[in-house]
Design a binder for this molecule. Sequence first.
Ligand SMILES: Nc1nc(=O)c2c([nH]1)NC[C@@H]1CN(c3ccc(C(=O)N[C@@H](CCC(=O)O)C(=O)O)cc3)CN21
Ligand SMILES: CC(C)C(=O)C(=O)O
Ligand SMILES: [Mg+2]
Length: 264
Amino acid sequence: MAKISVSTLAKKKQAGEKITSLTAYDASFAKLFADNGVDAVLVGDSLGMVLQGSDDTLAVSIEDIAYHTRCVRAGSRDLFVIADMPFMTYNTVAASCENAAKLMRAGANMVKVEGGEWLHDSIRALTQQGVPVCGHLGLTPQSVHVFGGFKIQGRDQAQAQKMIADAQALEQAGAQLLVLECIPSALAKAITDAVSIPTIGIGAGNQTDGQILVMHDLVGISAGYIPKFSKNFLAETGNMPAAVQKFCEDVKSGAFPGPDHEFN
Ligand SMILES: Nc1nc(=O)c2c([nH]1)NC[C@@H]1CN(c3ccc(C(=O)N[C@@H](CCC(=O)O)C(=O)O)cc3)CN21
Ligand SMILES: CC(C)C(=O)C(=O)O
Ligand SMILES: [Mg+2]
């Protein structure tokens, strides 16, 4: 497969082709995903939950993400690798740059930060210094204790308007990609239409420019439970490469996520 870059992703939005993405934390899965049609992988701080067994993502360190980014990069030179900036590692512009550098040196192609317009200065500094940035709005798990649980966001009109404005502010600051997590499908579509950068949804309906899932949910081995918006693709295919291919196929056709896997 040809090497994916930020321009490949931007072109996919323009062409109306869906972007497929999964989380990855090691070389073997990175290679499996690269070989079976996944456009981008995220070294997510979800590793705090699915790898480390915590109840949330807050204990994950920059060293944890750097280590797993090196593992993922070793699995495929050609993968587009996004790495999560962990909780409180981008609270100032200086911290953002120092910590993003660790992830880029570990092999990331882009870093992801959770939040809205208040990240403007950090995102501008990062992109000016050569670090591509992905934004993340909606149910941003690092704020789970502010939200009072992993709850759907953007349900009321004022919240929805604010989220659209935040998405535009992120683009203005220089973000080149945007993850939308656990928001009503209509809001995800409104945000996707309001920005020119590609949006990647999780629990946000099928009208975003792409989809991402936590890889453990795709194969049905998350500790305890699978979120309502996720789907076990291994159950219907029987082997890992086929599960990854089916996920990509269903994302591209718009079959996933269907009505059972979205919020209204
Ligand atoms: N395995 C796994 N999958 C994920 O998608 C995921 C993680 N871990 N860890 C990091 C975050 C946390 N995420 C979560 C966790 C729980 C819900 C959840 O309980 N959602 C409820 C809806 C609650 C509501 O209606 O407000 C659900 O029924 O899915 C959602 C996202 C998404 N991310
Ligand atoms: C759920 C995705 C978007 C994420 O941020 C993660 O895996 O950490
Ligand atoms: Mg994350």
